[in-house]
Design a protein around this ligand. Sequence first.
Ligand code: UD1
Length: 346
Amino acid sequence: MDNKILVTGGLGYIGSHTVVELQNEGFEVVIVDNLSNAEESVMSGIVAITGQQPEFEKFDLRDKADVKAFFAKYTDINGVIHFAASKAVGESVENPLLYYENNLGALIYLLQEMAKKGSAQFIFSSSCTVYGQADTMPITEDAPVKPAESPYGNTKQIGEEILKDVCRVNPQLSSIALRYFNPIGAHPSTEIGELPIGVPQNLVPFITQTGVGLREQLSVFGDDYPTPDGTCIRDYIHVVDVAKAHVAALKRLMHGKNSENFEFFNLGTGKGSSVLEVIQSFERVSGKKLNYRIAPRRAGDVIQAYADTKKANGVLGWKAQSTLDDAVKSAWNWEKKIRDYEEMSV
Ligand code: UD1
């Protein structure tokens, strides 16, 4: 069996957790990362958990010549998990070409190399954003893909289309797109976790940063949505569960168990939680009151999105294990560790 896997963006948030799970399952990992949204210190966190040092090549996947040179050096790599991409929705609206170049250029160059191989497996990071505001909950994989709300969302839709087209004419290449719902939390060891640059745009890092006093107050974007408590509903999934799904998807392709050579799966828990429920979870697991206020709605937010997990559970043989409290608690432990935050004794 091919044992060496390329993980692009392997020093990033979901990438680093996936590297750990791959190593736990006996894979050798080569990480490619340009460190644009990651720190080299993540490597020591990975090594602290697994005791294994992945190989690391620092370069930008938008450089076609570098991508070619990489595969000329690592001829034994046939499996790729491709995380390297930009993910800030607002930034993508301001700078669409950066997003199209970064998220699609790199994908194309990687696939050009993979298509030359006798057999190759490719796992792609997609997003539940492809469903937009789905008409029914929970969201199954049959739900229609809606027009993208942002260039970021568009790169995920186009990325899936590219994979489908390329796999159709390259039967030796097989691929799975994983549509993430809302990954949160950190490794239970607190050796790796999320490291947002600047002010976090996502809910959970904003909450934990408010908890340690780095932010004054959380703004809850809207409490007049047609949901039970008026705040938006999402499917928050522990990042370690997300990481494990990548290993399950890769094994499916490596063992030739896929029914088509392009497949896609939802990665969620199946349970929707409102913004207020996430705040309550934080207060439960931290024992702290969170300073928050109700603010206007944020442009582009969907009202609710949570996954139907039957396809991933049945076909990948994978199921999210952690509860919301487990995931929020791990995010809180990580935040406290990286900020050297001392609990006040009571
Ligand atoms: C966002 C993106 C999504 C992307 C994902 C990846 C949008 C509209 N969606 O998902 O496309 O794949 O990030 O990172 O940007 N909230 C607050 N206060 C905050 C932050 C968030 O109330 O300070 C609320 C939001 O309104 C939302 C929920 O918390 O209801 C989750 O927000 P967030 O963590 O940003 O995730 P998504 O919007 O689901």
